[in-house]
Design a protein around this ligand. Structure first.
Ligand SMILES: Nc1ncnc2c1ncn2[C@@H]1O[C@H](COP(=O)(O)OP(=O)(O)OP(=O)(O)O)[C@@H](O)[C@H]1O
Length: 238
């Protein structure tokens, strides 16, 4: 079977800025992969390229074996959280989800399922403009889950979550992966995701500098933060 996510030698420049240089990574089903790197390392650019929102200069980015734009049912294959500010402030969470379900050709019953999956029922009928950052994160995740996808691509999903929210996200992602799902999640806040991820892909200045199981990295360099700082300050490894 194909990997859930397969990125090969992906490169992208914005003018003189090299955002990605020959980036290669894969995410297998059943794994939660932490995509880690300092600010500006290229994490969002890679995720956006994976989801067909940025056109790479060269290389391939496949989800379930195909480029995103070729997927026959993208919302049923991959759920993404890239930007939590995308919901209109005057609509309720439920109305927002109904709109997305209609756009994606999904059954309306998925709205209640998605709300309960992320624990957002208590504020489902409030306007999104009144939401805290953590509530917005949960709504964004509910939107990603509407199509019941097997793959999640999450850019900084723990941003704005309180400790209870982070613990909840960890349990949610673990259950998702244990049921056979694949997760690529980015972060630069290491202690928030250290107990969530199985594998690590470390990116710095557009280049992937380390990939492997989390325990390999922390066994060599406990704790994760020390390994991250040492590897990213050293620059690309040969
Ligand atoms: N649309 C754009 N136009 C010009 N430069 C861009 C654009 N998008 C990203 N960049 C640049 O590409 C590089 C990688 O940015 P990217 O947002 O992918 O990093 P990141 O790892 O997600 O950072 P952060 O952790 O701060 O979110 C940065 O130097 C950024 O300024």
């Amino acid at each position: 079977m194909n990997a859930a996510i397969e990125v090969r030698t992906l490169s992208k420049r914005f003018g003189a800025i090299v955002a990605l240089e020959d980036a290669t990574l894969s995410v297998e089903y059943g794994r939660v992969v932490g995509f880690l790197g300092p600010n500006g390392a290229g994490k969002s650019t890679l995720m956006r390229a994976l989801l067909g929102l940025v056109r790479a200069d060269s290389g391939d980015a496949h989800i379930a074996g195909l480029p995103y734009t070729h997927l026959p049912a993208p919302a049923k294959t991959v759920g993404a959280v890239l930007d939590i500010a995308s919901a209109h402030p005057r609509v309720t969470a439920r109305a927002h989800l109904h709109m997305y379900a209609a756009l994606g050709g999904m059954d309306r019953s998925r709205v209640d399922t998605a709300l309960s999956l992320v624990g957002a029922q208590p504020y489902a009928d409030r306007r999104v403009g009144t939401f805290s950052t953590g509530m917005r994160q949960r709504l964004a995740l509910a939107t990603a889950m509407l199509g019941d996808p097997d793959i999640l691509v999450l850019d900084e999903p723990s941003n704005g979550l309180d400790p209870g929210g982070i613990a909840w996200l960890r349990t949610f992602l673990r259950a998702f992966a244990d049921a056979g799902g694949a997760v690529l999640l980015s972060s630069h806040v290491l202690h928030e995701i250290e107990h969530t991820i199985d594998d690590v892909v470390l990116i710095d200045r557009g280049r992937i500098i380390w990939t492997g199981a989390l325990e390999q990295l922390v066994a060599q360099d406990a704790p994760l933060e020390e390994a991250f700082l040492r590897l990213t300050q050293k620059g690309p490894l040969s």
